[in-house]
Design a protein. Structure first.
Length: 319
C-alpha cells in the first residue's frame, strides 16, 4: 500500500463522484448477481478456512430472519404471519420478537450495510493507494447487489435482495412523506421522515394531519415529536392549544403555559427553542415547579441542561 500525504485537486474532486455512485447503487434497487454473491461469500469462507455454505436467496430483511429460524430450528411459529408488514431495523427486531422467533445477527460485510467501506476501498483503489486481491474481491462482492446476509451455524448463507427503491431528502436522509421510504419486493416497508423512522400507523397520522396537538406532545421519542411538530408547525400547534406566552428571552427561547391538557397537571409548561447546530425547532416540557417559580425561558433552559441560571447566562456557544 502506498503512502499518501496530500490529495491532488483531481483526487479531491473524485470523492463526491465515488460517494454518489455508491449512494445510487444503494437506492436504485439493482438486480442481485447471485453467482457473484456466492463467489464472494465462498471467498470469505475460504479466508476463514471454513467449508462453503448452502445458499438461500430471500426478498427482505424480515424474511431473512424468518428463514434463519427455519434453518436453525426446523420450524416457525404461526405468529410469524402477523409480523409481516412492519418496517426495517428495530421494526424487524420487534416483529421477530412478536413472532416468538430467535434474532439472528446480520453479516453486514456482504451487502449494502457496508457500502461505506465499499466507497472507501473503491476511492483509494482508483487513486492507486490500494492494490490487493482482498480489496478487489471485497468490491466484487459488494457490487453484486445484495442488501444483507445471515450466516447460520447450521451451514446456511441467507442472502437478502436489495430494496426496490430508497427515497431521500436533500440531506440524503431516508425520507418520504408520501408513502414508504424503502420497500422490498415482498411489500416489506420502512417509513421514515427526515431520517426518523415511524411505524406505519403513526406515519399515516403525522403526514395526514389527523394527530391532535395533545397526541403530538405525548409522542415519547423526541425525534419523532420534532418531525411531527415540524409538519404541523410549532406555531399552529401552540395556537391550537391556546398556549399562553409567558416569557421570550433575547436568546430566542420562549416559555408557554397550557391549561388542562394533562389530567395530572392543571397547568403544563413548554419551552420552545432552536438547536444552534441544526436549526431544528424543539418543544419540550418543563417542570411546572421550575416554570411557575421563575417564569423565565432562559432559567427553564438552564434547568433543562442541569445548569444554574448564572452558568447558562455566561454560555456563549450551544450545540
Amino acid at each position: 500500500m502506498k503512502k499518501l500525504t496530500k490529495l491532488s485537486p483531481e483526487q479531491e474532486a473524485l470523492m463526491p463522484v465515488v460517494r454518489d455512485e455508491w449512494i445510487r447503487r444503494c437506492d436504485n434497487g439493482g438486480e442481485m448477481d447471485r453467482e457473484a454473491v456466492k463467489a464472494g461469500i465462498c471467498w470469505m469462507y475460504d479466508l476463514a478456512k471454513k467449508p462453503h455454505p448452502k445458499f438461500c436467496f430471500i426478498s427482505s430483511p424480515l424474511a431473512m430472519q424468518i428463514a434463519a429460524n427455519i434453518f436453525s430450528n426446523g420450524k416457525v411459529d404461526s405468529a410469524v404471519g402477523s409480523a409481516v408488514g412492519s418496517a426495517v431495523d428495530s421494526a424487524v427486531d420487534s416483529a421477530v420478537g412478536s413472532g416468538k422467533l430467535q434474532w439472528h445477527y446480520r453479516f453486514g460485510w456482504s451487502g449494502a450495510y457496508f457500502y461505506n467501506w465499499g466507497a472507501w476501498a473503491d476511492y483509494f483503489t482508483r487513486i492507486g493507494i490500494i492494490d490487493s486481491e482482498v480489496s478487489e474481491n471485497f468490491l466484487k462482492l459488494l457490487r453484486a447487489n445484495s442488501f444483507d446476509s445471515i450466516l447460520t451455524d447450521s451451514g446456511w448463507a441467507i442472502v437478502c435482495e436489495m430494496p426496490q427503491y430508497v427515497k431521500r431528502d436533500e440531506q440524503l436522509r431516508i425520507h418520504s412523506v408520501d408513502g414508504p421510504a424503502i420497500e422490498w419486493s415482498d411489500t416489506f416497508k420502512l417509513y421514515s421522515i427526515n431520517g426518523v423512522r415511524f411505524e406505519e400507523e403513526m406515519f399515516r397520522k403525522v403526514t395526514g394531519g389527523t394527530m391532535t396537538a395533545k397526541e403530538i406532545l405525548n409522542i415519547e421519542i423526541i425525534d419523532q415529536r420534532v418531525v411531527a411538530l415540524k409538519l404541523r408547525g410549532v406555531e399552529n400547534l401552540l395556537t391550537e392549544l391556546n398556549a399562553e406566552e409567558i416569557h421570550k428571552s433575547e436568546r430566542g427561547n420562549t416559555l408557554y403555559a397550557l391549561n388542562d391538557i394533562f389530567p395530572d397537571f392543571p397547568k403544563a409548561y413548554f419551552l420552545k427553542y432552536a438547536c444552534p447546530s441544526t436549526g431544528r425547532v424543539y418543544v419540550d416540557g418543563v417542570d411546572p415547579e421550575v416554570a411557575s417559580r421563575t417564569k423565565n425561558a432562559d432559567h427553564c433552559m438552564a434547568w433543562k441542561h442541569h445548569m444554574t441560571p448564572e452558568q447558562y447566562s455566561e454560555l456563549r456557544f450551544e450545540s
